[in-house]
Write a protein that binds this ligand. Structure first.
Ligand code: PLP
Length: 419
């Protein structure tokens, strides 16, 4: 056995360090994943779905679920996903546009490795999902370009300026550049891009022929009124005379069934589907997660997925509303709070000239509360020092409410200490 003893003990991604989320005296508000209380009912549901799926495999399908799957995944599973998300988004999702992945992380990686010129550009919001940035940095010949972000979405003027001066004709790939964003309940800022911004992004993508990669992992988690406008992908309307296919949606069950399930899907226009289906990456192994996707398909057929997602949704909503209520009432003067209407994250701005990294050190040392300071979400690792991000996903409501109070208290003490 070559594993060391620490390695053998690890049970989850946030395990092993000083900030293990399951240590009772630690409050880790950095974790963007559902907690144990939400995951527990998966055991029973997945057992039933597994029985359902495997009985059918034996009876009707020559156990082909264990074979290399079709590159996009079994049609029946894509049909279940398309039906459910058409209803949730309020705009049609077509089974034939879907490709099963092992989650949004892999979906992004697949796009980076297949559709964008390796001498090309990735435009990102000035604050963005930090681990997507880490994934992009593996592609060392690609240049990552941050673009200004406003409260209603990306700054269209800045996006156009950045794009216009870099555009080139790719000789090797379908696109010379991509714009990666999280337009619905953005990570880390929690914002929802407005219809005007969504429309503007699609216009620019068509004008300069770059691909927009929408991370849609939080899109159905709206806690106020359901947004009147639809997700960004629907602005790339197929009935438009100049439609060519400039937006993809990257979906996942990680936040709504469990990250360990490792099933997600890409929803792509016809222009891109053959590139993905024909890639060596997909053809070598077939469907990226044929077996588990089949179980998830059964979970939908049995209507267990729908119930489970509804449970997660209600819990997140309660957590977000309770936590933002405390923060609104108790954050010290001069702090600015973006109260999101959906998703996982709350983005707090400290009064000038405070630095969230310094406050984090103080909070860890004196209060054992962890959160993520703004610079982690920027390309240079420096921009955003006045911000920090809290996640509402992991802990039950009471622990979050208590934690938010303690955090506000810690911040008041810190401000007193440094002023
Ligand atoms: C914006 C965003 N995209 C992707 C992921 C990871 O998704 P998956 O588990 O489907 O790979 C996360 C998880 O925190 C996220 O916040």
């Amino acid at each position: 056995m070559s594993q060391n003893s620490e390695d053998r003990k690890l049970k989850h991604l946030f395990d092993g360090g000083a900030w293990n989320v399951y240590e009772p005296d630690i409050l880790n508000l950095g974790v963007g994943a559902p907690g144990t209380d939400l995951l527990a009912s998966n055991c029973d549901n997945f057992r039933k779905a597994t029985d359902h799926c495997l009985q059918r495999e034996l009876r009707d399908n020559q156990s082909l679920i264990f074979q290399y799957g079709p590159t996009s995944g079994a049609y029946e599973v894509r049909h279940e996903i398309a039906t459910y998300f058409s209803e949730m988004y309020g705009s049609p999702v077509k089974s034939e546009d879907l490709m099963i992945t092992t989650g949004a992380t892999q979906g992004l990686h697949l796009l980076l490795s297949t559709v964008v010129d390796f001498q090309g550009f990735i435009f990102v919001d000035e604050y963005t999902y930090m681990i997507a940035l880490d994934s992009m940095k593996h592609f060392t010949s690609l240049t990552i370009v941050p673009v200004k972000l406003n409260d209603d979405g990306v700054d269209l003027k800045d996006l156009e300026e950045q794009v216009a001066k870099r555009r080139f004709d790719s000789k090797t790939k379908e696109f010379w550049g991509i714009y990666y964003t999280i337009p619905t309940y953005h990570n880390p800022t929690g914002i929802l891009f407005s219809p005007e911004i969504c429309r503007g992004i699609v216009q620019l993508a068509r004008k300069y022929d770059f691909l927009v990669v929408c991370d849609d992992v939080y899109t159905i988690l709206h806690y106020g009124e359901k947004p009147k406008h639809s997700r960004l992908m629907s602005y790339d309307d197929r009935s438009d005379p100049n439609f060519a296919g400039h937006v993809v949606s990257n979906g996942s069950f990680s936040k709504i069934l469990g990250p360990g399930v490792r099933v997600g899907w890409l929803e792509v226009p016809p222009r891109i589907k053959p590139i993905l289906d024909g890639s060596g990456f997909a053809n070598s192994g077939g469907c990226f997660n044929n077996y588990t996707a089949g179980i998830v398909g059964s979970l939908f057929e049995l209507r267990l997925a729908q119930k489970q997602i509804a449970r997660f949704y209600e819990a997140y909503k309660e957590r977000m509303l309770a936590t933002t209520q405390v923060l609104r009432n108790e954050l010290p003067e001069g702090c600015k709070l973006v109260s999101p209407t959906g998703g996982y994250f709350i983005w707090v701005r400290l009064p000038d000239p405070l630095d969230a990294r310094e406050f984090l050190k103080y909070s860890l040392e004196h209060h054992k509360i962890y959160f993520i300071a703004g610079p982690r979400f920027s390309l240079d690792g420096e921009t955003g020092k006045q911000f920090f991000r809290l996640s509402i996903a992991f802990y039950p409501k009471d622990k979050l409410v208590d934690g938010a109070r303690r955090l506000c208290h810690a911040l008041r003490d810190y401000i007193k200490d440094v002023s």
